[in-house]
Ligand binder design. Structure first.
Ligand SMILES: NC(=O)c1ccc[n+]([C@@H]2O[C@H](COP(=O)([O-])OP(=O)(O)OC[C@H]3O[C@@H](n4cnc5c(N)ncnc54)[C@H](OP(=O)(O)O)[C@@H]3O)[C@@H](O)[C@H]2O)c1
Length: 258
C-alpha cells in the first residue's frame, strides 16, 4: 500500500536499518510509531521527523508489545503497517552456544515479532486491511558457520510469517518477508556470544538506506518475499545449485577465535 498517511509501527528504529526506514517512510508521508529500548535516541529520531511518536519498548516483553500496538491505535486510530525490524545477532559454534544468549536471540528476533503480529492482527482484521513486514536475513536460507543460532531465529521467523500469510488469505492483510544481506550498521558490534569468526572473504555490505528503500518498495508492492540486492539472490542461487561445493568453500573461508 502507498505509505502516505498510513500508520506504520517500526521496531528497532533507534539505529541502523530501523532508523533509516523511519526516515524513508517519513519522507513518503507515513505517520510513524517508533519502538526500541533506547528512549533518548528514539525520541531524538522522532523529533527530527514530521509525524512520529516514540514508544520505548523491549520487544521481548509480550505485554510491552501489546501496549505498543494499543498506543499506536490510541494515538492514530489504527495501524496500517507493522515493520518487525528489531533484532540482535549471535555468533559462536553451535556446540558451545550459551543458553542465555540463544534464549535472548530467540526472544528478540523470533518471539518479539510473534507478540507484535498477535497484537496487530485483530486491529488490522477490524478494518480489513494491513501489512506485516518482517525483516529476516539471507542467513535464514544461506548456512554460514558460527552464525547458526541467529540464522535459526530468522529461519523460524520466515516460516511463521509464511504460515500466517496463508491463515490471513482473503483478509486484506499482507505478510512480507524482507531478506537483507550484509548491511553497514552497528549490528556486529552489538551481537551476543564470545569470540569471533574470522573470514577470508567479507562482503562490504550495503548502506542501511538501501535496505530502507527495499522495505518501502515492499510496502508499496506487498510481495511475499523481497531481496535487497541481486548479489544476495545470486549467492543463494549458488548455494542451492551446488550446496556441497559452497559448504566446502565456506568451511575453508571461516575460522573461529575464542
Ligand atoms: N546489519 C546486517 O548486516 C543485517 C543483515 C541482515 C538482516 N539484518 C536484520 O536487520 C534488523 C536491523 O538490524 P541493524 O543492522 O539495523 O542492527 P542495529 O543497528 O544493531 O539495530 C538493531 C535495532 O534493534 C533494536 N533492538 C535490539 N534489541 C531490542 C529489543 N529487545 N527490543 C526492542 N528493540 C531492540 C535496537 O535498539 P535498542 O538497542 O535501542 O533497543 C536497534 O534499534 C535486524 O533484525 C537484523 O537481524 C541485519
Amino acid at each position: 500500500m502507498d505509505p502516505r498517511d498510513r500508520v506504520v509501527i517500526i521496531t528497532g528504529a533507534s539505529s541502523g536499518i530501523g532508523a533509516a526506514t523511519a526516515r524513508c517512510f517519513a519522507a513518503a508521508g507515513a505517520r510513524l510509531v517508533l519502538a526500541a529500548r533506547s528512549a533518548d535516541t528514539l525520541a531524538q529520531i522522532a523529533a527530527e521527523l514530521p509525524q512520529a511518536l516514540s514508544v520505548p519498548t523491549d520487544v521481548s516483553d509480550p505485554v510491552a508489545c501489546a501496549q505498543l500496538v494499543e498506543r499506536a491505535g490510541a494515538t492514530y486510530g489504527r495501524v496500517d503497517i507493522l515493520i518487525n525490524n528489531a533484532g540482535i545477532g549471535l555468533t559462536g559454534p553451535v556446540s558451545t552456544l550459551a543458553r542465555h544468549d540463544l534464549e535472548r536471540v530467540l526472544a528478540v528476533d523470533l518471539l518479539g515479532p510473534i507478540w507484535l503480529m498477535q497484537a496487530v492482527v485483530p486491529v488490522m482484521r477490524a478494518v480489513g486491511r494491513g501489512q506485516i513486514i518482517n525483516v529476516s536475513s539471507v542467513l535464514a536460507v544461506q548456512p554460514l558457520p558460527y552464525l547458526g543460532g541467529y540464522a535459526a531465529a530468522k529461519a523460524a521467523l520466515e516460516q511463521i510469517s509464511n504460515a500466517l500469510r496463508i491463515e490471513l488469505h482473503g483478509s486484506g492483510i499482507a505478510v512480507t518477508v524482507v531478506r537483507p544481506g550484509t548491511t553497514r550498521t552497528d549490528f556486529n558490534q552489538r551481537r551476543l556470544g564470545r569470540g569471533r569468526e574470522r573470514r577470508r572473504i567479507a562482503p562490504p555490505g550495503v548502506a542501511p538506506e538501501v535496505v530502507a528503500r527495499a522495505i518501502l518498495r515492499a510496502a508499496r508492492t506487498e510481495p511475499r518475499l523481497a531481496y535487497v540486492s541481486w548479489m544476495d539472490r545470486l549467492a543463494l542461487m549458488a548455494s542451492r545449485l551446488a550446496p556441497g561445493v559452497v559448504e566446502a568453500v565456506l568451511a575453508r573461508a571461516f575460522r573461529w577465535e575464542e
